[in-house]
Structure formats: structure tokens, C-alpha cells
Design a protein. Sequence first.
Length: 199
Amino acid sequence: NRVDISDVDPDVFKEMMGFIYTGKAPNLEKMADNLLAAADKYALERLKVMCEEALCNSLSVENVADTLILADLHSAEQLKAQAIDFINRQVSPPPPPPQKKGMGRGKKKLCDECPLPFLFTSPECLPFLSRHHRCSVLRQLGCKDGKNWNSNHATDIMETAGWKSMIQSHPHLVAEAFRALASAQCPPFGLPRKRLKQS
């Protein structure tokens, strides 16, 4: 009797079987992404959580988009939340480049052409924005005076091949990341409080 398993790499399968018998995965750090897929397929929840934790600890500007896609494909909610959080993390930005004279004549401002709500629902327009314009989009989500806000981290991620690929293959994840950034930066909308009558 023989069972052919064609969709799991032999080394990954060996690591998974070792985990089933011993509860340990010594090579987890090296193959966390492939192990996560296998753990999800075979409903190994403890191994899946371990893989999520390993991937959370190894998030970087270069791999966060691919990790977000992986988390979405395998319903890894903790990893997905951490990846979106990582994208929206605020770090100190460099000063904006000086504007050249006559630059932008005859062009509308970005906010006139592509309002923010449209960006959240239509991320396909993002690849056509320059780095400077992406900063402008993200800056509109932050403080008006520019204090306690920066966009360098997020715009670095948007320059990666993984992010550009994700725009084409998983646009809903781009929209989710931007919605998370918007909700973190903008105060929640609500009904104004009624003033108490003074006696």
C-alpha cells in the first residue's frame, strides 16, 4: 500500500511527521512558510501557531507582502494581523525632497485626482503613483501638522516586488492594509454628544 503526496515538499513532510511523533520541529525557522501550509492542510493547530510565531518574528520590508498573502491563504489570523501592523508601523522619515521650480505645472494635486476613500477600495491605482505621491496619500491619513507621523516604512514596502505583485494578485489585502492604516490614524466617526442643559 502506498500514498502519494505531491503537494508537500519531502523535507517539509519529514519535519511535519517528526513534529507529530515528538512535538518538536527543529528546522521550523528555515521552513516556517511551507510548514504553515502543511499544518493548515492537515489541521495541526499547534504546529500552525508555532509557524505563525516564527514568521511574525522574521517579518521584514522585503517579505511582509508575501507573508500577508500566505497568512490570508491559510487563515492564519494572528500572522495576518501582525503583517498588516508591520506595514503600518511608523518610523522616522527622511525630510521630503526639495520641489523643483515649475514641477507639477498643469497637473492636479493627487488628492484632487484620486481621493483617499477611492484608494482604499481601488488599490489597483497604487502602482501608478510615484514614491512622493504615495507619501502624500499616507500623509493625509496622519496628523495635519506632520508631527508624530511618517510614511517612510510603508512606502519602502510599496517599492518591493512582493507588494507590486500583491496588488495584481490579491488587491483585497492592499485595501485591508490601507483601511487598517486609516482606522489607526483617523479619529472614529460618531454622533456628537448632546450638551447638558445648564440650570
